[in-house]
Design a protein around this ligand. Structure first.
Ligand code: ATP
Ligand code: MG
Length: 395
């Protein structure tokens, strides 16, 4: 119950903006009050039992002592002195020690009862084992950014009936710029999480740099791949510390180069009060969504990866900045394999190859022009987005 109160408090603090925006303050207060009352009632019951048990215990203690002294005295007063005074004294001391131990034991029992719940939860976490088997002693080096998927199937829970990804086949050559497009829930993020081995495919083979990804150590594999996810996070610290999180040994020139490619150099210098030394608040809430996305792209580049994966990382960028970042990636990093996931055709239309995903299946692969001709769904999305785009611009 205490755990429930902690959870509600934590949730309310994290979601404070949403609660205020939806005018749900009263609702949250009610929720907290309810949890608080439940804890109060249970605590009251426990404390009442405790409050009753304590005096009963004390009465039993003192009654025992009085009985010992009384009956000991009666025996001592008998003409033949059935027992001696020091015997009574010794017996009394032993009994007092025994009673004190019993009282203490009951307190310990209560404490054990309380901590058992925590013990089970902590153990659950400590016992959790990753299903990903790391070939930690492998010396295989990830040489280039070739990627291939052959007959790959995947489901999140091995007991689930439905595959989230079905019969995925494609090849990416080192240095190519690949776009992945599909409706929300079509398994785009799931597909790229297999490349970095956050999950292992249920069936099929995935190779990078012409070797099975399971043959690399996880360290080597993940050092060679940079992912900037859908909700990228920054940490509390300076801008520079956050950028160097990608590579702590990066020189200032490398940092500036990565920032220029990701189009964040100008705003760091001109808009942030202290440039690279500006403090960023926890979660990166002190910079705008678009600034956070660009900083995260720069951080991903500083890792010097062979493969860069940008999962909806342009969603908060205007079209001009988006185009510049893509152009920089192409021109400055020709040997880097770039995989860009987006629901916007504008973000991927100039890719060397576009993979169209629908409900976990690849429906088509081709360039923008080829897909416009061959893929009805893609052509429809393009038409709709062009209408939406021109409406946005006229507004
Ligand atoms: N951790 C998970 N456990 C179980 N199912 C999941 C998990 N993550 C995603 N899914 C399911 O897998 C399917 C694909 O999800 P995914 O996040 O890959 O879609 P997406 O194409 O990236 O969507 P979006 O464009 O909204 O980001 C969805 O039906 C989703 O419910
Ligand atoms: Mg996604």
């Amino acid at each position: 119950m205490l755990d429930n109160i902690n959870r509600i408090t934590q949730e309310s603090i994290i979601a404070i903006k949403t609660i205020k925006a939806y005018c749900k303050k009263e609702f949250e207060i009610e929720k907290f009050d309810k949890a608080n009352k439940e804890l109060k009632n249970t605590s009251q019951k426990t404390l009442s039992v405790n409050a009753f048990a304590m005096p009963v215990g004390q009465v039993a203690n003192y009654t025992t002592m009085i009985c010992i002294v009384y009956f000991g005295g009666v025996l001592y007063m008998q003409p033949d002195h059935a027992i001696m005074l020091e015997d009574i004294q010794t017996f009394l001391t032993y009994v007092m020690q025994l009673l004190a131990t019993i009282m203490m034991f009951s307190n310990v029992l209560m404490a054990i009862n309380r901590s058992t719940a925590s013990f089970y939860r902590i153990n659950e976490i400590l016992d959790a084992r990753s299903e990903i088997i790391d070939k930690a002693d492998s010396n295989l080096k990830l040489e280039n950014g070739n990627v291939s998927f052959k007959n790959v199937y995947f489901k999140y829970n091995n007991c689930a009936d439905e595959y989230v990804l079905k019969n995925i086949n494609f090849e990416i050559k080192n240095g190519e710029f690949i776009g992945i497009i599909g409706q929300t829930g079509s398994a785009k993020s799931t597909l790229i999480s297999l490349i970095d081995r956050f999950y292992d495919a249920s069936q099929g083979d995935i190779t990078i740099s012409d070797h099975d990804i399971k043959d690399y150590s996880l360290y080597e594999l993940r050092e060679g791949i940079s992912i900037s996810g859908q909700s990228p996070l920054l940490f509390k610290g300076t801008v520079l510390e956050n950028l160097r999180w990608g590579n702590k040994n990066a020189s200032m020139e490398e940092v500036i180069k990565a920032c220029k490619i990701a189009q964040c150099y100008d705003f760091i210098i001109n808009q942030l009060s202290d440039g690279f030394n500006t403090m960023i608040s926890q979660g990166g809430t002190s910079v705008s969504g678009g600034q956070r996305q660009r900083l995260c792209i720069a951080r991903a580049l500083l890792k010097n990866p062979k493969i860069l994966i940008l999962d909806d990382s342009f969603s908060a960028l205007d079209k001009i900045t988006e185009a510049k970042v893509k152009q920089n990636l192409r021109n400055d990093l020709p040997n880097l394999t770039k995989i860009v996931i987006s629901q916007k055709i504008s973000a991927i239309k100039d890719a060397d190859k576009i993979i169209v995903l629908d409900n976990g299946k690849i429906t088509n692969i081709g360039t923008h022009e080829q897909l416009l001709k061959n893929d009805e769904i893609y052509a429809d999305i393009d038409k709709l987005q062009q209408i939406g785009g021109s409406e946005d611009e006229t507004k």
